[in-house]
Every structure is written in C-alpha cells, then in structure tokens.
Design a protein around this ligand. Structure first.
Ligand code: 13P
Ligand code: SF4
Length: 350
C-alpha cells in the first residue's frame, strides 16, 4: 500500500503544493470546465497539483489517459485524452508518448501496456482494481470452454491480461452486442459480467449466450424501484443507464450505453433533467458542458476508480513508481484478443 505520509513529505521537498488563490485565479480557464461541481476554494487546493503534474508531464513526455469515471480535477485538469474503455484502448495504440499515465483502474493500464510493450505505463495506485476483473481467472475461462465446447469466448476488457490471453476476443460495453452478433456458431460465452451478457442476450436473440457469474459492484446497486421513484419525483426525467446494470434496471431506462454513448446521448438530446445510472463522477464531468441539464439521482462511487487522486498521479510521475508489467508470454495472446476487438469494431463501424 502507498504510504501517503512519506509521499507527502517527499513531494513537499520538490513542489509548492500549498493551496493558492493566486494560482487558482491564473488557472481559471481550467476551473471554468468544472465550475458547477468544484467550488473555488476546492480549486485553490487542487490547482498547485494540476500545475505541477502538467509541468512534469511536459518534461517527461508523458500522456495522461483518463476514464470518464475520474474525478473532475483529473478529468478536466490533467487528462490529455478522456473516454470510455474502448476509446482509451484505441488511444493507447495511437499515442507517440514514451510514458502513459493511466488514470483509471488496473485492467486499463494493463491493456495500455499490452498494446505498447515498449512504453512505460504508470498506474498511480496499483490497488485500483475492479470487481469484474477480480471475479474470473484463466482457469474459469477454461472451465467455460470445457462446458460449452466450440463456443467462442468474448471477454469484457474489464479482465486481467491472463483472462484476455485465454479468450478469443475482447469487447467493451460500446461494442459488446455487435461483437457477439459477429461471432461464428450458435453459442457464445461471455465473461465475466453476467448483467452485460444478459443485456446483450436481449439485443442478440439469434445467439445463445452463456455467462460467468461476475458483476460490477457499482452498477448492481441500482434497482428498478430507484429509477421508478426518481421518475415519480421528477416528471420529465430522462433516465440513462449503463449496460453493467441488471436487465430489469436497463428496462426502466430510456437509453442504455457505454459511458461515451451516455455522453453522446446527453449532448444530442439535451434533456432538462437527467439521471445517469452509472458511476457518480460521470454527471459531474459533463455538467458544465451542459448547463441546461439538471443532473439528478444517487451518487454511487466506484471505490477502485476513486483510489486515483491528483496526489498519487504526481507521485507516480515524479518517482516513476507504479510501472505496469505484463509477462510477454501472456501479453502476446492478450494483445491478439484486444486487437481483434479493435479491428472488428472498426470493420463493423464501416
Ligand atoms: P465504459 O467506459 O467502457 O462504458 O466502461 C465502464 C466501466 O465500468 C469501466 O470500468
Ligand atoms: Fe469495475 Fe464497476 Fe468500478 Fe468499472 S465501475 S472499475 S466495472 S467496479
């Protein structure tokens, strides 16, 4: 575990990280992107970290890839690229930077490393895991193959490199239904998210889909009754869910899609009131871009995503600790599964 006391003492020797109203004012253009969700005093605390990280990034030639679930200070303050899991994987194949700082969870950093074996990939906190990635091992994939001989294995990117290596192809929530529909054979094995698999099954009735018993601890907390209650309390509310939610929750929503598709939907539809049935930071990150939309609903946070903080990002870049390594013997077949997904996704997009 990171020792924050030691880290703070070391960082204080190299950077002036005291809250600064002057710096916050100088960097007001960055704060303007999160004005609705971050009060100015909080920005005065964050601004010295944002300034230090952005300077260090330039000195080291690093790029920050940040998932849509990062807190607004990371999402708007230091990210070079933001996106859903598929967008981040694609950007990882495109970047010229020698160092990738992954602001997200461990499987995302592993995916970046798998796609860029020669680059340094930094994970600001190695304990930023994922309940889905932790739910299955390569042995579990082998059990599913033995139970359904000949069926293709489509694994969510929310898996370890070992599980990707044992799979035929990966998918993300933005392309899962299309990838599954494109698989040969009648039966398709989906791992590890049972709820994503069941939502895909409803969209792809021509396939028999069998699944592993994994779930996202954030999305399975929502219930259909939550959604009905919010609809009753806020007439006209548009409900937008992530497909990691159980099918009875998705059935109560007006739209379901990946985090990038949720952002596109809000931009396109501009509802007066919206409930994003997903991780809490999503609404915060897009609130300023959509001043006419009132975001409502409970704040369910992902404890893994929230392990990534400005302080840990600065420490990781400063000390070059948290370097992600993947055994080359695992990385090669895992890369095949991820690359097949990227190629098939592009082909299906036309
Ligand atoms: P997407 O951003 O691909 O929709 O994934 C959501 C998620 O839970 C990532 O951990
Ligand atoms: Fe994993 Fe769910 Fe957290 Fe995403 S939100 S990292 S799927 S636990």
């Amino acid at each position: 575990m990171l020792d924050l006391t030691d880290i703070r003492a070391e960082l204080a020797l190299h950077y002036d990280l005291a809250p600064s109203v002057d710096l916050a004012r100088d960097m007001a253009h960055i704060h303007a992107r999160m004005d609705r969700v971050m009060p100015f005093p909080d920005w005065a605390v964050a601004a010295p970290y944002v300034a230090a990280i952005n300077r260090l990034k330039a000195e080291r030639g690093a790029v920050v890839l940040a998932h849509n679930y990062m807190t607004p200070d990371i999402f708007h303050g230091i990210a070079d690229v933001v996106g859903d899991s598929l967008q981040l994987a694609i950007e990882a194949t495109r970047t010229d930077a020698d160092i990738i700082v992954q602001c997200g969870v461990h499987f995302m950093a592993e995916t970046s490393k798998i796609l860029n074996p020669a680059k340094t990939v930094l994970m600001p906190d190695m304990e930023a895991g994922c309940s889905l990635a932790e739910s299955i091992t390569a042995e579990g994939v082998a059990q599913m193959r033995a139970r359904y001989p000949g069926a293709m294995v489509v694994s969510y990117v929310n898996t370890t490199a070992e599980v990707k290596a044992a799979s035929d192809i990966c998918c993300t929530s933005s392309n899962a239904a299309r990838i599954v529909a494109a698989m040969p054979g009648d039966t398709v094995i989906m791992t590890p998210d049972k709820w994503l698999a069941q939502n895909v099954a409803a969209q792809v009735p021509q396939k028999r889909i069998v699944w592993w018993d994994g779930a996202c601890i954030v999305h399975e907390r929502f219930t259909p009754q939550d959604l009905r209650d919010f609809r009753d309390w806020h007439p006209g509310l548009r409900i937008i869910a992530h497909p990691e939610c159980p099918p009875d929750v998705v059935a109560e929503a007006d739209f379901a899609g990946s985090t990038a598709h949720i952002i596109d939907y809000v931009g396109r539809e501009r509802p007066e009131k919206a409930m994003l049935v997903t991780e809490c930071s999503m609404a915060s990150n897009i609130a300023d871009a959509h001043p006419g939309v009132e975001f409502l609903g409970p704040c369910n946070m992902c404890p893994y995503m929230k392990k990534i903080t400005l302080e840990k990002v600065l420490w990781s870049l400063h000390s070059m600790t948290g370097q992600v390594e993947v055994d080359p013997a695992i990385a090669a077949p895992a890369r095949l599964a991820v690359q097949r997904m990227i190629d098939l996704s592009r082909q299906l997009d036309g």
